[in-house]
Design a protein around this ligand. Structure first.
Ligand code: GLU
Length: 420
């Protein structure tokens, strides 16, 4: 199984990062092995009646990296390329992210190999409910709490909540986070990841002594994370000059009007053809000059082929795992790019998920202002601690962030000891 996992390029990447950090921390061999491998890898098959009457069988996965520090937390992804290796890598990153942010969770991730863009909402509902039913014995508010990820939304969480609550015979809002507000979802959760991305960019700008007003950003990916990052950055006085999504890429040196773009996307389904900007090749977009480059889609987009050519001052990893280890080495060697690693940059989502879960357990709700203020306090604290760690140990932000997360988990493993 170890070999099979390591053969997956995304898991291979997460494992390579882990090994580098474990060497740096000089982790004891026994603790190192226990930290590296996922506790539970669950795969279920999901027969679903499609709208045309056919039955199609989908594969769904849930990986629970560790339960040593609390329940497992992480998103559920719908994407055609989902496989167990990718899900295991994403679960591992969630583990270090939760530890870095001081959240009482282990990392988890789920995924169903499907293409939601070609499925009706009825088909997606049947698929989601079947997954919730099959995975129900392995999850719970104190075991594993899911949230939206690529290709899923608050609506998918509502279906999981309903399926799980029906099984239990009571309303269990704390089984998922990122759900609609009317089902006890948290105010501020939808924009939390994008808000956190923009907020950490302002922290990086301050650290570099650059005034926010008029700085520029390029955003790759215009889903929930990318679009809210754009809105928040523009709200802060930044200019977003380039955006790409699955339909194409657009460029306007004067800054893209985000209100007009929202309208265009809601009528056309993508950014392609937006009249307020010029089309540009999506790969070329990443190489344009800007203050902040924000990959906000999938893994492995900053690679050894483009890392040397980037013209950004800050690389803000809104996606999980957007930079390969080879690209990391190039960026570190260049020394002119300030990296905000994914486990910090996009941690706004899981942090507000934690706030949502806490509110649910207390049957109490906070205002959007309270939520976003608490989020900013947590991100600020994590950013400052990480900077201090990196300065003290003379290391880069990736290594520092992962080292902080991994050391926290390793300490817990060591103190709990090995059962039996
Ligand atoms: N899917 C998000 C992430 O990758 C959020 C996870 C959560 O809120 O549990 O961080």
């Amino acid at each position: 199984m170890k070999e099979a996992l390591l053969k997956d390029p995304v898991f291979g990447m997460a494992a390579e990062q882990f090994d580098r950090v474990a060497d740096f921390l000089e982790l004891d061999a026994e603790v190192r092995e226990r930290c590296k491998w996922p506790k539970r890898l669950i795969t279920v098959t999901l027969p679903v009646t499609m709208d045309d009457g056919r039955t199609e069988v989908f594969f769904g996965h849930r990986v629970q990296h560790h339960l040593s520090r609390g329940p497992v937390k992480g998103g559920l992804r719908f994407h055609p390329n989902v496989n167990i290796g990718e899900v295991a890598a994403l679960a591992m990153w969630m583990n270090w992210k939760c530890a870095l942010m001081g959240l009482p969770y282990g990392g988890g991730k789920g995924g169903i190999a499907c293409d939601p863009r070609t499925m009706s909402m009825r088909e997606q509902e049947r698929l989601t409910r079947r997954f919730a039913q099959e995975i129900a014995p392995f999850i719970g508010p104190e075991i594993d709490v899911m949230a939206p990820d690529v290709g899923t939304t608050a609506q998918h969480m509502a279906w999981i909540l309903d399926t799980y609550s029906t099984r239990e015979g009571r309303f269990v809002p704390e089984i998922v986070t990122g759900k609609p507000v009317e089902l006890q979802g948290s105010e501020g959760r939808t924009q939390a990841t994008g808000h956190g991305v923009a907020f950490t960019i302002t922290l990086a700008l301050a650290k570099l002594g650059i005034k926010i007003q008029g700085t520029t950003a390029i955003v790759q990916g215009y889903g929930n994370v990318g679009s809210h990052a754009v809105d928040t950055m523009i709200g802060y006085g930044m200019k977003v000059t380039g955006i790409s999504d699955i339909s194409g890429a657009i460029w306007n040196a004067k800054g893209i009007d985000h209100h007009a773009l929202h309208e265009h996307v809601s009528t056309h389904g993508g950014i392609k053809g937006f009249p307020g900007a010029e089309p540009i090749d999506p790969d070329t977009l990443l190489l344009q000059e800007c203050d902040a480059l924000v990959p906000a889609a999938l893994e492995r987009v900053i690679t050894k082929d483009n890392a040397a050519k980037l013209k950004c001052r800050i690389l803000a990893e809104a996606a999980n795992g957007p930079t390969t280890p080879e690209a990391d080495a190039i960026i570190e060697q260049r020394g002119d790019i300030f990296l905000i690693p994914d486990v910090l940059c996009n941690a706004g989502g899981v942090t507000v998920s934690y706030f949502e879960w806490v509110q649910n357990l207390q049957r109490f709700s906070w205002t959007k202002h309270e939520v976003l203020t608490k989020l900013e306090t947590k991100l600020n604290e994590a950013f400052t601690n990480l900077n201090n760690f990196c300065e003290k140990h003379n290391c880069g932000m990736r290594l520092g962030a992962l080292a902080t997360g991994i050391q926290t988990v390793a300490n817990v493993k060591q103190t709990r000891g090995l059962f039996p």
